[in-house]
Design a protein around this ligand. Structure first.
Ligand code: B4P
Length: 198
């Protein structure tokens, strides 16, 4: 079973690679950014709450995101693996995933299923220099891709998401990939690294 998480700064190519890898392993690609933007477009209650954070480049509060991810992971298509893109983004969110997988593991153990590797998580850290990120995002041009918001998103990433590198290193779940190459080259490195870990 493939359970993959993509870490990396804004513009590192998480969405681009997560979509390709999810297609390759035939598991759902779950992007918290995409789900939030759909909610904003639909003007749902969650969308109204999330919009001000996204526009500023801040993280949306944990409880809103965790409830949203929990609901998505309970859908039938996510029972046999997933690729999470943009989640977790801080230690609180990472602890939620850890707890969720350990609860699943306990349930499977009680049922006597052989799940030695079933609940293991692979964490991909896509590395790209800040100046490359800024130019990629400015040329993408999403509403939150303006110079001021991008700089703030990078700062939020360094402060809140980068500590996850150590968190997952300690758990021996981290694979670091150089994302500063063509999309195809990055995908190839990723497939190779994931195949070795599965
Ligand atoms: P996200 O939607 O996750 O967006 P992102 O980090 O900006 O982009 P990503 O890294 O996926 O870049 P992409 O592949 O598209 O977050 C947006 C906002 O939502 C956050 O700021 C936050 O407010 C909120 N949010 C989301 N998740 C949250 C959470 N868990 N908790 C709290 N808040 C949350 O690539 C970018 C560009 O680069 C594209 O144009 C692409 O074509 C290009 N590109 C990709 N790979 C390339 C390559 N190898 N070479 C050249 N260009 C490349």
């Amino acid at each position: 079973m493939v359970r993959l998480v993509f870490l990396g700064p804004p513009g590192a190519g998480k969405g681009t690679q997560a979509s390709l890898i999810a297609g390759f392993y035939q598991v759902p690609h779950i992007s918290t950014g995409d789900i939030l933007r759909t909610n904003v477009a639909q003007r749902s209650a969650l969308g109204w709450q999330a919009k001000e954070y996204i526009d500023k480049g801040d993280l949306v509060p944990d409880q809103l995101i965790i409830d949203m991810v929990e609901e998505r992971l309970e859908k039938p298509d996510a029972l046999h693996g997933w690729v999470l893109d943009g989640f977790p983004r801080n230690v609180g969110q990472a602890k939620f995933i850890e707890q969720l997988l350990s609860t699943n593991q306990n349930a499977n153990d009680i049922q006597g299923e052989k799940t030695q590797k079933n609940n293991s998580l692979i964490v991909i850290n896509l590395q790209v220099p800040d100046q490359v990120l800024v130019s990629r995002l400015l040329s993408r041009g999403r509403p939150d891709d303006n110079e001021q918001t991008i700089q703030h998103r990078l700062q939020v990433h360094h402060q809140q998401t980068e500590p996850l590198i150590e968190f997952y290193k300690e758990r021996q779940q981290l694979i670091t990939i150089d994302g500063n190459h063509s999309v195809e080259a990055v995908t190839n490195s990723l497939k190779q690294a994931v195949n070795q870990s599965c």
